[in-house]
Design a protein around this ligand. Sequence first.
Ligand code: SAT
Ligand code: MN
Length: 599
Amino acid sequence: MINKKLAAWVEEMRALCTPDRVHWCDGSKAEYDRLADETVAVGAANRLDPERWPHCLLFRSDPSDVARVEERTFICSKTREDAGPSNNWMDPDEMKTLMRKSYRGCMKGRTLYVIPYSMGPIGSPIANIGVEITDSPYVVVNMHVMTRVGTKVLEALGEDGEFVRAMHSVGAPLAPGQKDSSWPCNPDIQQKFITHFPDTREIWSYGSGYGGNALLGKKCHALRIASVQARDEGWLAEHMLIIKLTNPAGKSIYVAAAFPSQCGKTNFAMMEPTLPGWKVETIGDDICWMKPGPDGRWRAINPEAGFFGVAPGTSMKSNPNAVRTVQRNTIFTNCVLTPDQGVWWEDMTDAPPSKGVDWQGNEWTPASGKKGAHPNARFTAPASQCPVIAPEWEDPAGVPISAILFGGRRASVVPLVTEAFNWQHGIFLGSIMGSEMTAAAFGTVGTLRRDPMAMLPFCGYHMGDYLAHWLRAGQMTSPDKLPRFYYVNWFRKSADGKWLWPGFGENSRVLKWIFERLEGRSEATRTPIGQVPAAGTLDLSGLDLDPENQTELLSVDRAAWLAEIADIRRYYAKFGGHLPRELAEELDAMERRLKEKSP
Ligand code: SAT
Ligand code: MN
């Protein structure tokens, strides 16, 4: 028996969008293969060399449709107040009226696909079901990889189960006989809408076929809607990777980490530690859902089933395990097509191919000086193919989290690693984290964008209330069961502009210190901003680090921190009455400590 609310909703959307056909996805391999073949047959995708890149596809998007569009992303809660200062808002009824006009007849000439999906292992107490309606076969094949899709989800949903309604159209109806474009979308940015109705757990997306705009299980459901569900139900939906860290004695802990974009999150999640005997395994690279478990510890799952990673920059040097993951059964978007029917992107190899077809479909050579792959070119690959995926990555019970890392890209001020004094102080550190911009997309290069818990574009309600929810979460279990917080910064530079820290696999040295702190085996020094490694406790063996650099990496520059206080105050002021009093107090306390003569 099909879920009654689902049947009614699909019928309502069918009547509105008037597709030529309706297809209910069963999630089978046969379904994936058939849709892949169809996209190749109509010229929307290239099939790569089956010997070298088995079962891989390459899509090229419309030049207007290459990334998430934050300016067209809306949180339509009942009140503007609830959406908060960091989200675009419109009244939900007004938005629906507006969008119904766009949706009317928008699937003419196309198939309406119904994709029942589960975020998280089916049946896990932490998982959540959604159903995406879409007219894009690209979305269907990507959802097959990124989530658990099909009949088994309908069975878990049952006749009366609740689900997130995720509505999507590329917004490009076809007139009879009209030839389809290879990447249908609405090229007018003002016509694109990525809209969320948190109160009714709905997503309405229109006009874009790319990534988080269209694969609605990811940022729209697993973060924006789920953050509201988590607030209402007492759990956490976070923009965090999850790793398993094992020491040479074979003891393991689980660590979650929030980094804003362009901080090497996927690289960190698949890291090859340089410290002998230490092992990092992947549970997830982007999203983490956590609930208090029966033992009182916070248990985490990766709600996704695949990686939607940025291709450019991914190489055997920066992330060998990602390179190994994407060798088969992978969907590439906006990469270079090489003459031997392979893919390439900037910095994938030292020597580029002699020529190829660029992401816009034009003949390309490296000598042209133009980028062959779009900077936001992507791979969509099954997580199960990652050589260092942890065996328990699909455990429905989740894994117990011992430590939570926050980090950003800071050339100065922030030390390599700082341990929070306690839960509240950890939330404070998470609330002030931020990154200096590397691309001009969100502001001027070099300016600091504060991004609390890396959730700024992904929180489905008021950011001040979100921070209050984190504070409440600290009361949900006994204090000794709570994870500890660490603020890390791999990107500190010396006065003459050189990196102080090598990063990548060497970050395992910081993980080792954290591991030993949790075991009570490593010393820390109290500073006004938190606890930093005591002299000699960070394992730097075999690393050729200038002793001056070592000191600078962990130093707390009081003047620089004091100079930031005013900036943090200004930024906190945006939260108005929603800023938790505890965080304002933490800021005052930090200022006092910084002004004291000694720590
Ligand atoms: O396009 S996604 O939202 O899936 C990825 C990202 O922007 O971080
Ligand atoms: Mn992300």
